[in-house]
Write a protein that binds this ligand. Structure first.
Ligand code: HEM
Length: 216
């Protein structure tokens, strides 16, 4: 039996500690730093939203599968569903013909492809769900404030970072972590989750690098 199971460290704690360095690297990417400091523009933010659409379409298609999984169903929350919010943001940011205007980057297609490729596996899903949704509920709230401050986006255009069905974000994040910790994964699956979470952060960074080439 390996260390994590022996010491009974909850999965949420393993993920938090295990991805701390990945997190630091992701949020110091040029694109993120410049976007948050006000050095970019609405077009850069809109492009990020366009990339997120593809990622969440893949993630939320996977959620539909996990919902039927005996162990995984508890990790799927309707309150987190983001695709309609992103579509609303894109309609505001690009106008009514947004579907013809948005451009999806190869890096984003790779990210979405990866989510689709592993979507039947609960540990992989848990890693991707954790990386995106807990991030949106955490740093995402900072992003929302900065987009208002620097680019005047408030309500319209930032629905993605707004969770109307989650009244207390901290309480919800604790509940989400409890669900992660109740997944009853075996040690191999825990290892898979951690490995895939590193990969998920990496895939996000590659998208940010591609966005930086365009906007920074
Ligand atoms: C945009 C810049 C970012 C900022 C300012 C930021 C900030 C934060 C902060 C302050 C927390 C801690 C919240 C808490 O303790 O409750 C956090 C947590 C988190 N962030 Fe970020 N973040 C950023 C980008 C990202 C990115 C790009 C990802 C991954 C795609 C990400 C994923 C996460 C995750 C998964 C957590 C939860 C950690 C845990 O408690 O297990 N963040 N972020």
């Amino acid at each position: 039996m390996s260390l994590a199971v022996e010491e009974d460290i909850p999965l949420s704690a393993l993920l938090r500690e295990g991805t701390r360095a990945d997190h630091g690297a992701a949020n110091s990417e040029d694109f993120i730093e410049q976007l948050l400091s006000g050095a970019l523009n609405r077009a850069a933010y809109a492009d990020l939203s366009a990339q997120l659409l593809l990622v969440y379409e893949a993630l939320e298609a996977a959620s539909a599968t996990v919902r039927d999984d005996e162990r995984g169903a508890g990790l799927v929350f309707n309150e987190l569903t983001r695709v309609p919010a992103i579509e609303q943001d894109l309609a505001y940011l690009y106008g009514p013909s947004w579907r013809d205007e948005i451009e999806t980057l190869p890096a984003t297609r790779d990210y979405a492809d990866r989510i689709r490729a592993v979507s039947g596996s609960l540990p992989h899903y848990a890693a991707h769900s954790y990386t995106r949704y807990l991030g949106d509920l955490s740093g995402g709230q900072i992003v929302r404030r900065m987009m208002k401050q620097h680019y005047g986006l408030d309500g319209d255009g930032v629905a993605f970072y707004t969770f109307p069905d989650i009244p207390k974000i901290k309480v919800f994040k604790d509940a989400y972590r409890n669900r992660l910790d109740s997944l009853a994964l075996d040690q191999d699956e825990v290892d898979t989750t951690l490995t895939e979470a590193h990969h998920a952060f990496h895939l996000n960074r590659v998208v940010f690098t591609a966005l930086a080439e365009i906007h920074c």
